[in-house]
Design a binder for this molecule. Structure first.
Ligand SMILES: [Zn+2]
Length: 88
């Protein structure tokens, strides 16, 4: 089912926890990814402390060797977690 999004409305709300700590190239890459995939990525980060997939919070982004790297904290235990999104 397609959902209708009002971009001008949702923007200010969404920005609070997202994309503020991204380097410029990382931001460009991140914003080129669909919202659906972003959400999938953010809620599917391996935590080596919880030993399961978790949600990443307070994350920042950078590009390393063509891959987008997100680093942040596990929503459950607050330990550091990272997620790599491969470049094409
Ligand atoms: Zn954890």
């Amino acid at each position: 089912m397609p959902r209708i999004r009002d971009k001008s409305k949702s923007k200010s709300k969404l920005k609070t926890n997202m994309a503020n700590n991204f380097t410029n190239p990382a931001k460009v890459r991140w914003e080129s990814i669909s919202k659906e995939f972003q959400e999938k990525v953010l809620s599917n980060v391996w935590c080596s402390s919880c030993l399961k997939a978790t949600t990443i919070i307070n994350f920042s982004g950078r590009i390393n060797k063509g891959d987008l790297i997100l680093t942040g904290q596990c929503i459950v235990c607050s330990k550091k977690v990272a997620r790599l999104i491969e470049g094409e």
